[in-house]
Design a binder for this molecule. Structure first.
Ligand code: CP3
Length: 372
């Protein structure tokens, strides 16, 4: 494989820092980036904006690099991963970068063979279906097994101005478990739910083991320069409320509690993306996350209320970006209107940018938030 990519150039972006009055006590010290302040629930002059899956196949720069390498090869080369991470920041002026990687990389580091099939999505070729295969999962040392991601974070951090932070991420234990057991994306999670009913103890052990491995993985991302950490629980909504409490919540508590404990005062804001869980949104603060990224099923303001006023991130339906640009702008305004005047708001989508999304629609979304 010959990838032609140079080290990422430093990006000079206009500062988003608000104008501070001379008598403002905070004027003396540089304030944290907009994203970090919003995720902590502190006031910001406008909501910061970024998009889940902001780097990907809808962007020409990504497609050009992707035509020379497989997805996993791109992830393994820090300069390539950094370049892909920076493309949407340079192009759209979003307020954060999210390191280019995938939630399934740690499963490979734990001993599960992983392939990304052309057009077919990820596949773990030896799915776990019983206690013995769960026992065989090994822990991993992030600095040894996933050093390219940590190096990519450091590279991106060094290429961006201080006010555009890098976000690190991991899969939520239950969502990782769905891939470990199903082996690929499935609609009904038949194998996961069969295991959960047949052998709940093994299911809990799997979730616990994945949670314990996720703690050092996120900790090392923060040490490499990530200024926020997001945990993706894409499949949480496949569970009932009771099953979520029993099988998903303990793993999330281990992850957030473990990271916070390890990093102490240096812990960046911890964000939980939880999809399809509007029916028990009020339980989410029990996970120990600082902020919650929600899907589009409720107005953002209603979600914030159910979450007890915690900082929220979201939640435009990603398919809205296929609408005419004036509709994109109007829907973005509608979303922001539902949280008007509140602190602790980050503008984002309710799920990742879809393949085929027009980049102009992403720009319209970003510009509309920045004008708010
Ligand atoms: O957000 C970003 O820009 C950072 C990178 C990122 C990717 N995946 C890159 C990627 C992040 C944060 C993820 C998270 C992820 N990966 C999740 C959780 C969030 C979500 O979208 O639900 C999940 C469930 C996965 C697993 C995964 N990876 C699937 C199901 C697929 C196939 C679907 C698809 O979009 O192709 C992937 C592949 C993947 N991950 C691609 C990218 C850019 C496409 C790879 C390619 O070029 O072929």
């Amino acid at each position: 494989m010959t990838l032609t990519v140079s080290a990422p150039a430093t990006v000079h972006l206009p500062s988003h820092r608000p104008e501070l009055h001379a008598d403002d006590a905070r004027a003396a010290r540089p304030s944290a980036p907009l994203l970090v302040r919003a995720l902590r629930g502190e006031p910001t002059p406008r909501p910061p904006v970024w998009l889940m899956r902001q780097a990907g196949r809808y962007l020409p720069g990504y497609r050009a690099l992707r035509s020379q390498a497989t997805f996993l090869e791109m992830c393994r080369h820090p300069a390539v991963a950094a370049e892909v991470t920076l493309e949407p920041v340079r192009r759209f002026g979003v307020d954060a970068a999210i390191v280019f990687s995938d939630i399934l990389i740690p499963l490979a580091a734990m001993g599960m063979p992983l392939v990304f099939e052309e057009g077919g999505g990820p596949r773990l070729t030896k799915p776990l279906r019983d206690a013995r295969s769960v026992d065989a999962l090994r822990g991993f040392c992030p600095r040894r097994s996933t050093s390219s991601i940590l190096d990519a974070i450091s590279l991106v951090r060094a290429s961006l101005p201080e006010d555009v932070p890098v976000i690190g991420f991991a899969g939520a234990p239950f969502t990782l478990a769905t891939y470990a057991v199903e082996g690929r994306t499935t609609k009904d999670l038949v194998h996961v739910k069969a295991l959960l009913r047949r052998d709940p103890r093994t299911m809990k052990q799997l979730v616990a083991r994945l949670a314990l491995s996720t703690v050092p993985y996120l900790v090392e991302q923060a040490r490499a320069g990530a200024r926020a950490l997001q945990v993706f629980d894409t499949w949480a909504g496949a569970l009932s409320r009771e099953d979520w409490e029993e099988f998903a919540l303990p793993g999330l508590r281990t992850v957030f509690g473990g990271v916070r404990n390890e990093l102490g005062d240096a812990c960046p804001p911890l964000v939980l993306y939880s999809k399809g869980t509007s029916a028990w949104l009020e339980l989410l603060p029990r996970t120990g996350a600082d902020a919650f990224s929600v899907d589009w099923r409720l107005p953002l303001g209603a979600a914030k209320e159910l979450l007890g006023g915690c900082p929220v991130q979201g939640n435009l339906d990603p398919t809205t970006l296929f609408a005419p640009l004036d509709v994109v702008r109007a829907e973005t305004r509608r979303m922001l209107d539902s949280v008007r005047g509140e602190t602790g708001v980050v503008a984002n989508l309710g799920h990742g940018v879809l393949v085929g999304t027009p980049p102009e629609a992403v720009q319209a979304f970003v510009d509309e938030v920045k004008a708010s």
